[in-house]
Write a protein that binds this ligand. Structure first.
Ligand code: UGA
Length: 434
């Protein structure tokens, strides 16, 4: 099938590459000339494990192309995916200007029946708005389908190729058949394509992300309480996670969720509720708790240094909002660094992938290390912000030699408190006894 993908951000690039891998001919369109030039010359513009192999193979075999020309990109495409950004407005609602602008331009370009697919996370009712914009200038029949994406950064290719489910919002039989055909290779193991109306599909995406953000936040509050009553959140997690109604995943307490999705989507859903006269109380609490959770370790750190961080050298392990990505959007690390710098501390950080992105934001306000141990030289304490595997089993003798104080503040619960006590570390983690 001939496909066009408009927008080569995270979702667009993965969508385009994966559909090329299943034998379709894909043209990806982006207005960013520099980015398109890079992609044309075979450079993958995002860090995503497993993507590069597919990307190179499909370019080589002529199934994956890139252009800045919308008309050329969509020519002959049976399906057009819109994978455009929906950044939050000042008031937290999703800004649809990019999507609607493209929709408006698409109308006159359609030459035959086309399925236009909303792949971005868009508020309920957007499919109808997109339909209306295209219809203004369209001369042929078309359908607008909502097909939200559930892939996670870091495992995006696997999530895309083997999704637990595919959600397709359309009431058109014709569009349904085409979407079924397109996704057939992804649902061979019997995982379902769930067809529903457009609005329900749009709502499903927000409900999924908001639920997961709530699940994590609930565990963070349980962790905060565990600390006060002398319980261990790891044990509680195992205890409740074995109940299949609750499930094992997304129960890890820590210094809060970040990334380009959960924070934005929770905020946008709360805004949708407000606009529709509904006070979504849980979401408000989730946002507030998560914000406070991010810098939860700071008071303990200050206390360790007798109340002031002035002139203290703090090593940070992990900058990305989670492992296996270079993404630092809404990352707890940035919030912590901001506080540390305000309090007069000196920060030296190490991250396997995200340092370049942090340099773009913070420049030389902090120091960057070439290795995990490099960050520790002469540091007064270590803070852990992201659970990259490379931090999981350090040589604690080396850590001890390099740090001025044997003090670790761990926002991701990487080590066993008992082992750390035996090794003589001052070890503070989340929701566990010292
Ligand atoms: C999330 C969803 O998981 C995807 O299904 C969705 O498609 C995506 O948003 C999106 O809307 O595009 P992602 O933001 O890549 O994916 O990251 P997650 O793996 O979900 O992690 C989100 C945050 O939650 C991270 O900061 C992570 O550290 C935190 N987290 C996750 C916890 O604190 N505890 C957990 O148990 C799990």
């Amino acid at each position: 099938m001939k496909i066009a993908v408009i927008g080569t951000g995270y979702v667009g690039l993965v969508t385009g590459t994966c559909f090329a891998e299943t034998g379709n001919t894909v043209t990806c369109v982006d207005i960013d000339e520099e980015k398109v030039k890079k992609l044309q010359s075979g450079i993958v513009t995002i860090y995503e494990p497993g993507l590069e192999v597919l990307f190179e193979r499909n370019i080589q075999q002529g199934r994956l192309r890139f252009t800045t020309d919308l008309a050329e990109g969509v020519k002959g495409a049976k399906v057009i995916f819109l994978a455009l950004p929906t950044p939050p407005d000042e008031d937290g609602s999703a800004d649809l200007k990019y999507i609607l602008q493209v929709a408006e331009q698409l109308g006159p370009l359609l030459e035959d029946y086309t399925v236009v697919v909303d792949k971005s996370t868009v508020p309920v009712g957007t499919a109808e708005l997109v339909h209306e914009r295209i219809a203004r200038n369209a001369k042929v029949e078309f359908d607008v389908v909502s097909n939200p994406e559930f892939l996670r950064e870091g495992v995006a290719v696997e999530d895309f190729m083997k999704p637990e489910r595919v959600v397709v919002g359309t009431r058109s039989e014709r569009a349904r058949k085409i979407m079924e055909q397109l996704y057939a290779p992804m649902v061979r193991q019997g995982n379902p394509i769930l067809f529903m109306d457009e609005r329900s599909a749009e709502m499903t995406k927000y409900a999924a992300n908001a639920f997961l953000a709530t699940k994590i936040t609930f565990m963070n509050e349980i962790a905060n309480l565990c600390e006060r009553v002398g319980a261990n959140v790891d044990e509680v997690r195992r205890g409740i996670g074995t109940d299949s109604r609750i499930g094992k995943r997304f129960l890890f307490a820590g210094i809060g969720y970040g990334g380009s999705c959960f924070p934005k989507d929770v905020q946008a859903l709360a805004k949708t509720a407000e606009e529709n006269g509904y006070n979504f109380r849980i979401l408000k609490a989730v946002m507030q708790v998560n914000q406070e959770q991010k810098t939860k370790l700071i008071p303990a750190l200050k206390e360790f240094f007798g109340g002031s961080l002035q002139g203290k050298r703090i090593a940070i392990w992990g900058l990305s909002f989670k492992p296996y990505t270079d993404d630092v959007r809404e990352a707890p690390s940035l919030e912590n660094i901001k506080v540390l710098l305000n309090e007069g501390a000196i920060v030296k950080a190490y991250d396997p992938e995200a340092m370049e992105n942090v340099k773009k934001i913070l420049g030389n306000q902090i120091e960057y290390a070439e290795s995990p141990y490099g960050a520790l030289v002469n540091a007064d304490a270590l803070m852990i912000m992201t659970e990259w595997p490379v931090f999981r089993t350090p040589d604690f003798e080396v850590v001890e030699q390099l740090l001025k104080n044997k003090a670790i503040f761990d926002g991701r619960n990487l080590y066993e408190p008992r082992q750390m006590a035996e090794l003589g570390f001052h070890y503070v983690s989340i929701g566990r006894m010292k």
